[in-house]
Structures are given as structure tokens and as C-alpha cells.
Write a protein that binds this ligand. Structure first.
Ligand SMILES: Cc1ncc(C[n+]2csc(CCOP(=O)(O)OP(=O)(O)O)c2C)c(N)n1
Ligand SMILES: [Mg+2]
Length: 328
């Protein structure tokens, strides 16, 4: 591998951070500690990490309802994420957004989104803003196979290709839209084919292979920064957990899950790193322990934080009803 060791280690650490964060969040949700809904990114780590590590710090990202992995991949802090999941004041959105609405503009994270396909027009608008500001940034837009059937996918990519916007559209084809397998919600196998309709490059990569995703993204980023417009990357991957924590998963065969789990992106990458003598077993164990400690600290941070005050309910909202005295 001719990727610098520092980048390889960042990839590994971030994948492990996602895995451990999600395992902890699932455990807390199952115990009834966390409110709302949790959609975990377990199994898909290589996709978000491979994309985000190919970006600059000032590049932008739009996310989905399954967004924790995107935030961590872009360098987000698990303490503020965990506090947000708990609904605490110290969370990324002061505890008012929860799992599906984490945003961190300082890291270029424009926000997760509970609306399937909702990130596509936001990314396209951000791409237009970059072009008008001449800032040489790019946007990575994450969305699922299910979202690729939404009108927003087609409308956004049409406009983006016409105006040559610096957007990398990343379809996480995890084989299911909620409980519906891909073959029952679209007639194609490779979603990247849809790029042809808009005259842009479309590529399918192995989303379980962080290096493959990274390489494909680097090329798309180069193209976008040089003013040559968007690329559609389809990353074929799989979610190891249910659609949400608590999903009984009656719609899929456990043998299929097992088959994909044999290709778990984290041990596969460990193997690659060890075989190419980039790290030792000891190095990997150390990273895992440090990340575990960080996640445990994130839980303590969230538990020790206060809930937002009642007054907060009327802050950060698009209304002047309060000022007008119509809401007290
Ligand atoms: C506009 C809209 N329609 C339906 C839903 C309900 N819903 C939530 S997740 C989901 C499936 C999304 O599938 P996909 O885009 O493949 O993402 P994945 O969950 O597999 O990551 C649906 C239909 C929604 N949140 N928003
Ligand atoms: Mg899906």
C-alpha cells in the first residue's frame, strides 16, 4: 500500500471509534437509557471513513438518519455526540436534535437528516455555494440505496452535473431500504449506472474495503476540485445490525448476515495492515484500548451533563412568536 502510515492509522482508529461508539449506543438504547431512535453504522465503517479521510478538514459533508459514522469519520468528538444522544445540554445541538440531527459546522458536518434523501439537495446547494465563493472546497453527500429512488437524488444530480458542482455523491448501498431488499425496490443492481443519465462518472466500489473507497474518493475529489463536476460513487456494503436498534430483522436470513460478517471491514483492514508490516498486533491493541477508554469517558461526560433548561425549547427556532408575545 502506498498510502502514508499516518493516514492508514487514522482510517483504522476512526473505524474502531465508530464500531465502539455504536456498540455502546446500542447497549444504552436497549437498556432504555437513550430516548428516540438509533440507527447504527456497524458494518459500514469502511465507507464513511474511506470517503472522509480523502477530504480536507474544511470540506463539507451531508449525512443521513444513520449518521454517527459520518460524524466520527469527519473527526467529530464522541463526547458531544454521546451527550446529544442523551439529550443533554453539552451535546452537539444542545440536546435538542438527538441521534438523527447531529451537526458540527466546525468540522464541515452540515447535519444528519431524518428525511430520507434530504441531504442531497443540501449538498447540492453547498456545492453551488462553494462554486460562487470560489473556495475550492468539496462536499461529500452520503445517502442510501433507498434514497437513490427519491426525486431529490435525480433532481440534485441533474442540476449538479449541469453546473459542474464540486459534489461527491456517495450511495451507501447496504442492500436494504428499511426492511426491503434492493431487488424489491429497484430494477438495477449497480446504482452507479444512474450516473450515465446525468453525464457524470459513476463507479461501484467495495464498501467493505476502506482503501478501495479512499482511492475512488480521492479521484472524485480531484475531479471536483479541478472544476470538472460531480461523481457518483456507489459503495456496496452491509449493515450488521437491524435497521434500528430493536429491529427483529424477520425480513433477512441470518446466513446472509453471517456471509457479510465474514467480510467485516475492521478485521480485513487489520489483516492488510499486519501483512504489509505497517503495524504490529500490539499497536492495534493499543488503539482499541485507547478508543474504548474514550467512549467510556464520553458516556461519563454525557451522564454528568445537565438537561437543557425549559427556556431552551424556544431558542434556535424559526419563529418570532415569542418576541411577539404570542407564546409565553
Ligand atoms: C422521506 C422519507 N420517507 C420515508 C422515511 C422512512 N424511512 C426511514 S429510513 C428509511 C429507509 C432508508 O433506506 P436507505 O436510504 O437505503 O438507508 P439505510 O437505512 O439503509 O441506511 C425509510 C423509508 C423517511 N424517514 N423519510
Ligand atoms: Mg439502505
Amino acid at each position: 500500500m502506498d498510502i502514508p502510515k499516518e493516514i492508514l492509522l487514522t482510517m483504522y482508529e476512526r473505524m474502531v471509534r465508530i464500531r465502539k461508539f455504536e456498540e455502546k449506543a446500542s447497549e444504552l438504547f436497549a437498556k432504555g437509557v437513550l430516548p428516540g431512535f438509533i440507527h447504527t453504522y456497524v458494518g459500514e465503517e469502511a465507507t464513511a471513513v474511506g470517503v472522509c479521510v480523502a477530504l480536507r478538514d474544511d470540506d463539507l459533508v451531508t449525512s443521513t438518519h444513520r449518521g454517527h459514522g459520518h460524524v466520527i469519520s469527519k473527526g467529530g468528538d464522541p463526547r458531544y455526540m454521546m451527550a446529544e444522544l442523551y439529550g443533554k445540554e453539552t451535546g452537539y445541538c444542545k440536546g435538542k436534535g438527538g441521534s438523527m440531527h447531529i451537526a458540527d459546522p466546525d468540522k464541515g458536518m452540515l447535519g444528519a437528516n431524518g428525511i430520507v434523501g434530504g441531504g442531497l439537495p443540501i449538498a447540492t446547494g453547498a456545492g453551488l455555494s462553494i462554486k460562487l465563493r470560489n473556495s475550492n472546497q468539496v462536499v461529500a453527500c452520503f445517502f442510501g440505496d433507498g434514497a437513490s429512488n427519491q426525486g431529490t437524488f435525480h433532481e440534485s444530480i441533474n442540476m449538479s452535473s449541469l453546473w459542474k458542482l464540486p459534489v461527491i455523491y456517495v450511495c451507501e448501498n447496504n442492500q436494504y431500504g428499511e426492511f426491503t431488499p434492493q431487488k424489491r425496490h429497484q430494477a438495477i443492481t449497480d446504482i452507479s449506472q444512474r450516473a450515465t443519465a446525468y453525464g457524470i462518472p459513476g463507479i461501484t466500489v467495495d464498501g467493505m474495503d476502506v482503501v478501495a473507497v479512499y482511492e475512488a474518493t480521492k479521484e472524485a475529489v480531484k475531479r471536483a476540485r479541478e472544476g470538472n463536476g460531480p461523481t457518483l460513487i456507489e459503495a456496496k456494503c452491509y449493515r450488521f445490525h437491524g435497521h434500528f436498534v430493536g429491529d427483529p430483522q424477520l425480513y433477512r436470513d441470518q446466513a446472509e448476515v453471517q456471509k457479510w460478517m465474514e467480510r467485516d471491514p475492521i478485521p480485513s483492514f487489520e489483516k492488510q495492515l499486519l501483512e504489509s508490516n505497517v503495524v504490529t498486533e500490539e499497536d492495534l491493541r493499543k488503539i482499541q484500548e485507547e478508543v474504548q477508554h474514550e467512549i467510556d469517558e464520553a458516556v461519563k461526560f454525557a451522564e454528568g451533563s445537565p438537561y437543557p433548561s425549559d427556556k431552551e425549547a424556544l431558542e434556535d427556532i424559526y419563529t418570532d412568536l415569542v418576541e411577539e408575545g404570542r407564546v409565553r
